[in-house]
Write a protein that binds this ligand. Sequence first.
Ligand code: NAD
Length: 356
Amino acid sequence: MDIFKYMNKHGHEGMLVCSEPSVGLKAFIALHDTTLGPGCGGTRMWDYATEEDAMLDALRLSEAMTYKSAAAGLALGGGKGVIWADPHSSNREVLLRAYARHIDSLNGRYITTTDVGTTTLDLEMIRLETPHVVGLPTEMGGSGSTSILTGLGVYLGMKACAKSAWGSDSLQGRVVAMQGFGKVAHETATHLLREGASLVATDVSRKAMEEASGLGASIVDTEAIYDVDCDIFSPCALGGTLNAGTIPRLNCAIVAGGANNQLESEQDGKRLQDRGVVYAPDYIINAGGIINVSCEIGANYNEARARQITERIYDTMRDLLNTAQQEEITTAEAANRLAQMRISSVQALREVYRAN
Ligand code: NAD
């Protein structure tokens, strides 16, 4: 992989390679665009197959964070941390503390929180080494788990898509196939079940599958999830699961889930559209978590305010669906336009200030 070519093409500002051989730390912190504010995004801990996979994930995820915060109207830029390690490794504390020293060295240009493989407990360890961490437990004055509002946003995004697909935003009696049943899927499922939807779920973790089954979901194999006859397919695991191989297999009217970077490539948005599937751009409907932590930065966290901002996801999603239809573009393109317009208008304003 030509790392500089990739970063130039995608507009990344930089990437910190974090190493601490004494504890086996291998991590990357990618900063994409900090026009709107410091790069903010979670830390993922995952046992990637290769160094390149880990690096590319950090780069792709940081870019998605730029767009997510921009579209949600937040004063934050895009950043993401990736620790290349088994999430079940026994030396978690030392790994996290060593990693946190690297975050600290960026002096606030990157602010972290949770992601796949990390929890609020991990953030407490990170906080021992750096103040640049949000999503801390409420007992520590933080905003608590990001998954709660992420799940709410995903659910509301599904409802907005339902209104467009079926004329009503009710999800009662609808079948939702959930790929991955971790923190976000669990929160989303709670809302769906309350409304009378039924669930089909899969996960690579036995514990997660037991949890889904305990809530009443039917369980299928990880590969079989793409073929489930459902109303909504909800990617809630890792990214890149919507691609040329999987999209033709889907039997749903809507794709709406919490996972970041669901589309493997730009063409996949068009592939979904060509199949008549309403696609909720991932970073629009999974913005609840970043909205929640943004309310912790520079102010006393207020849950009601965070919830109120998250609830706007319904209207943003409705607007995007209308724009996509009117302009004959994909919903993913409509979302990118929304985010790019905000970044370029702030950039233009800066240039005006600089010129005067
Ligand atoms: P999590 O680690 O709690 O859950 C992810 C689940 O996916 C795990 O149970 C894992 O076993 C499962 N999984 C991994 N690979 C799989 C596969 N191939 N098939 C089926 N299951 C698989 O993480 P989470 O916080 O719930 O995040 C889920 C997704 O949502 C991620 O893409 C994350 O980046 C994104 N996201 C999370 C938040 C948040 O607030 N936590 C916010 C925005 C976006």
